[in-house]
Design a protein around this ligand. Sequence first.
Ligand code: CTP
Length: 236
Amino acid sequence: MGRMLDVDDLVAATANLFLTGSLSGKTLVITAGPTREAIDPVRYLSNHSSGKMGYALAQAAVEAGAKVKLISGPTHLPRPDRVERIDVVSAQDMFDACHAAVANCDIFIGAAAVADYRPASISSEKIKKDQQDSLNLQLIKNSDILASIAKLPNRPGFVMGFAAETQQLVEFAQEKLYKKNVDMIAANNVSSPEIGFNSDDNQITLITSTQVQELPRASKMALAQMIIARIAEEIH
Ligand code: CTP
């Protein structure tokens, strides 16, 4: 009372006036952000994902009327309004949280930058540098969350993943579409610093088994709205 709302809250409330309802009645589970793979009690392996694209998609889906669960690795982002957020740390935590959340959901989006590998063992004590001049870490592959959800016998009706590539964008993304059994891949080139991982803008190509659609370069929020509109079209 008597104070102006935060601008972001005003924008979110105003945006409600333009709700499309294109996903009303649908439930959506989405992963976002990086994962952290512990090496010892103070160190981990991770990547540069900010979580911005996944959070923007979660918000756009809620604005389209969906009920949204956001399974998020560690990020600095606030929880989008009306989104249920489940916080996780490692790829294994994210895998477990996703499988616990997807029963009866209509749409699954894998937007997280899941670490592909984790240390084979986690040292229970801090590794000391005095004892060794070089350190060999043995890494083992993490399970692919997106593929594991897409291959469930009662999988969500629509499953979308991302493909972060530095070369041969469309070819590698098409390979992921078939190999992981997903309905759509949002491919983005992560070699350019103005777009991709930590930036606000992105450039995305949407790939299905029948179509390659290049979306215009735009803010992650604007792209998220375009992607959600496309998903709504696909499922209807
Ligand atoms: N993904 C996942 N679980 C993993 C690895 C990736 O769910 N263990 C998902 C990501 O969320 C994304 C998609 O798979 O939607 C593709 O991720 P990307 O890093 O582009 O590809 P990878 O499958 O990891 O293959 P590579 O790193 O060899 O390109």
